[in-house]
Design a protein around this ligand. Structure first.
Ligand code: ADP
Ligand code: ZN
Ligand code: ZN
Length: 738
């Protein structure tokens, strides 16, 4: 009987492809989840074997043999493979592309998976080997490094034997540049050694507070069964300690834990914390890693070697053969949603996986998403609560700085300036939050009203004064600042509104002699820059931080007592139905940076709308109550989480092509039961990077209605002529409707 291999190939097509086995492959090597190199079109691709059958819709003599089996052991099996199939269906995305997304980049090509073990650094020539040591290795460049330099220290360490990255990190911070240098000079090399369980001096954590202990006990009691848990703990209440204790419990039972953190949450401080506190190997997965490191981390989890996987969004696709617990920190964070390609939400997939694996999943936040709160309300999720900060730390007081009818020339209210001044005088730190980078969002001619705009997006260009550039924050276009108005010749071009750069300048002028550190995408390009900037003011020194929402998380700043929030009003009047939720989360998260240690904190909300119900509710009763009010409004308006949405987006240079596709899609839909179509309509941003953009929104009160409708409809759209002339995509559970 012939074998037919059904293979998922990473191409934007829904079907699975049939192949014959490679000529020399023993049948036992053909197991689902194994990567295969297959011929495809004129080239070859890496596909994943889904299953082995005995026939094909195609005549067998037309099937091509696969070229090679790439893995001795399948990479995606059991629960992981099932979850990925589910993901493909749920997000209506081709399975081949979903499986490829799940693999680390290093395994997407036909390279073999590196063997188990870990990378270590060793002397190129063992110190005792005289013949090699004296060989003229790349002549002068192999001269011994300067005594006392990092390179010399590293050679000294390695003379005692090979060391892995974690050991080097501990012994010689900043070792990587020394390693690169020594390797270039042929003095050291990297080797693979059996993974060493590092014998670290583990640091004991603080004694848990009673509510932390209760939470830990409850979670331990639920181990071994699917239990979704909201850990709702105010900012600074010590949710991390609860995670650590729960993870330790899982490890003690021989299980693995997967911990997801937001993009910005995986700081060196977090990492150090996990390494110091947990036993066992920790596999770290985030986008800044080199491909090889990512692959090794992924494999060490997939092979059951790592006890803990700590990573950002895409770490949700790590196989866990010994799963015991999943944790999603800051579960409300928008970075869990992938905004292109496979538009998955890692927070939601964490719950799906926990269910399939039969393990608890902890969703932690001080400001839970309305989706999660609705699940608690419906009794689907359990809720644990941490209502206070440990020790003497208190949640900061929230106050309003009323801007109505009062001058604020630098964008700062009189109260804000006074509060910052008083704090600095006491030797404390302040934080000024403004969610717009650059000097000013608009550069305008005072004479004729002309303003600089992006020709490809129809939006104002942001003036970056330091760089002397005008930049489009939507498409990245850049130009120099015109010396005079291109319309009337006037040289008096003036900034309108303010960004972080302008605030930084104003603060430096207002508070001479104090450091002002700006933190936004501009100043944090370099790896580790965020951490360096946050630690650039010593904890016991006064100073100011100004920046965007990058400041909402990260390093603990114990001496930070004053927070000023600038530009609140923009969030109060957005058309996006999630704007209020986002604003409430942001205000609470940014506020939560203050008063983390012994000194109390104060937060000033600058607004022209001091009586706005959302702000009043946040100040009087806090996030928990405000969020429940927002939730009631969503229910009333039949919006998510009380409705289930999918968004068909289309863009093309020609507006007519976009309209044609969306209109055609609308007609193809007919009158689907339980699904409402809204549109076609222009996207909230109708033009970006020279392309017209439109959308069609689908909404259903029952998810099953939506998913009953989508597959056939999309198949018809895919096959249609207008679909070939535009770029289009479907977003299931969209977070942003732009
Ligand atoms: P959250 O993530 O809930 O905002 P963290 O986990 O960052 O809060 O903890 C806030 C601070 O409180 C940290 O500095 C942490 O070390 C400290 N902390 C947490 N639990 C305790 C405890 N039981 N006793 C003393 N300090 C604690
Ligand atoms: Zn002009
Ligand atoms: Zn633009």
């Amino acid at each position: 009987m012939p074998f037919v291999l059904r293979v998922a190939v990473p191409v934007p097509l829904l079907q699975v492809f049939d192949y014959l086995p490679p000529r020399d492959a023993p049948p036992a090597s053909l197991r689902p989840g194994t990567r295969l190199s297959v011929p495809f079109g004129h080239g070859r691709r890496v596909g994943i074997l889904l299953d082995v059958g005995s026939d094909s819709p195609l005549p067998l003599d037309r099937l091509k043999p696969a070229l090679a089996v790439l893995d001795p052991e399948p990479l995606l099996t059991g629960e992981m493979l099932d979850t990925l199939r589910w993901t493909a269906h749920y997000y209506q995305h081709p399975l081949g592309e979903v499986l490829q997304t799940a693999l680390p980049v290093g395994l997407r090509s036909a390279r073999l998976a590196p063997p188990g073990g870990e990378r270590a650094w060793a002397l190129a020539t063992p110190a005792t080997d005289a013949t090699h040591a004296s060989a003229p290795a790349k002549n002068a460049s192999a001269a011994a490094p300067r005594a006392g330099s990092r390179a010399a220290q590293m050679l000294g360490l390695l003379a005692r034997g090979p060391m892995n990255a974690a050991q080097l990190e501990a012994a010689l911070p900043g070792w990587r540049s020394a390693a690169a240098n020594l390797r270039r000079r042929g003095l050291i090399r990297t080797i693979l050694q059996p993974a060493t369980e590092m014998l670290r001096g583990r640091i004991a954590g603080p004694a848990l507070t009673p509510s932390q202990q209760q939470s830990v006990d409850a979670i331990a009691g639920w181990s071994g069964a699917f239990t979704p848990i909201l850990l709702e703990g105010i900012t600074g209440s010590g949710k991390t300690e609860v995670y650590l204790a729960a993870i330790e419990h899982a490890i003690a039972q021989g299980r693995q834990a997967l911990v997801l953190v937001p993009e910005i949450g995986l700081t060196p401080q977090t990492l150090r914390w996990f390494r110091e506190r947990l036993p066992g190997t920790i596999a770290v997965l985030h986008s800044a890693l080199a491909d090889g490191e990512r692959t090794r981390a992924w494999l060490s989890a997939a092979r059951g070697q790592a006890s803990v996987v700590l990573g950002t969004r895409s770490a949700i696709f790590t196989p866990l053969p010994r799963a015991g617990l999943i944790v999603v920190d800051e579960e409300h964070d928008a970075s869990y949603k992938q905004q292109d390609g496979l538009r998955y939400n890692a927070r939601d997939l964490a719950v799906v996986r926990a269910k399939a694996l039969g393990v608890p999943v902890i969703l932690g936040s001080a400001t839970p998403s309305l989706e999660t709160l609705a699940n608690v309300e419906a009794g689907r999720y359990r809720r644990l609560h941490l209502g206070a900060r440990p020790g003497a730390a208190r949640v900061p007081e929230l106050r309003v700085a009323d801007l109505r009818g009062r001058p604020a020339p630098d964008g700062l209210a009189i109260e804000s300036i006074a509060a910052l001044r008083a704090g600095l005088a006491r030797g404390e730190q302040g934080l000024i939050f403004r969610n717009r980078r650059g000097y000013a969002p608009v550069l305008m001619c005072r004479n004729c009203g002309w303003h600089a705009a992006c020709a490809r997006c129809d939006k104002p260009l942001t003036w970056h004064r330091g760089a002397a550039r005008l930049r489009c924050h939507h498409c990245g276009a850049e130009q120099r600042v015109p010396p005079q108005c291109p319309q009337c010749g006037n040289v008096d071009l003036a900034p309108q509104g303010l960004g972080t750069e302008r605030l930084e300048q104003a603060l430096a002028k207002l508070f001479p002699g104090f450091p002002v550190v700006r933190i936004d995408r501009e100043t944090t390009r370099r790896k580790d820059a965020l951490d360096d900037l946050l630690t650039s003011i010593a904890p016991d020194r006064p100073g100011l931080f100004v920046g965007t929402q990058m400041l909402a998380k990260g390093h603990d700043l114990p001496n930070l007592t004053t927070v000023i929030i600038v530009g609140v009003d923009e969030g109060l009047f957005s058309v996006d139905f999630r704007a209020s939720e986002r604003l409430a989360q942001l205000v609470v998260q940014v506020s939560g940076r203050a008063g983390r240690a012994l000194k109390p904190g104060t937060v000033w909300l600058q607004t022209h709308q001091p009586d706005h119900p959302l702000l009043r509710s946040l100040m009087r009763t806090g996030y928990a109550v405000a969020a429940r009010t927002l939730l009631a409004e969503r229910r009333e308006a039949v919006l998510p989480p009380y409705a289930h949405m999918a968004l068909l987006r289309a863009e093309a240079p020609a507006p007519a092509a976009v309209d044609a596709l969306l209109q055609h899609a609308f007609e193809l839909a007919g009158n689907p039961p339980g699904v409402t179509l809204l549109g076609p309509m222009p996207a909230p941003m109708p033009r970006r990077a020279g392309r017209s953009r439109g959308q069609l929104l689908l909404s259903a009160d029952e998810r099953s209605h939506l998913h009953a409708f989508l597959p056939d409809w999309l198949a018809k759209i895919r096959a249609s002529a207008p679909a070939r002339r535009v770029r289009w995509s479907l977003d299931v559970d969209p977070l942003d409707l732009y």
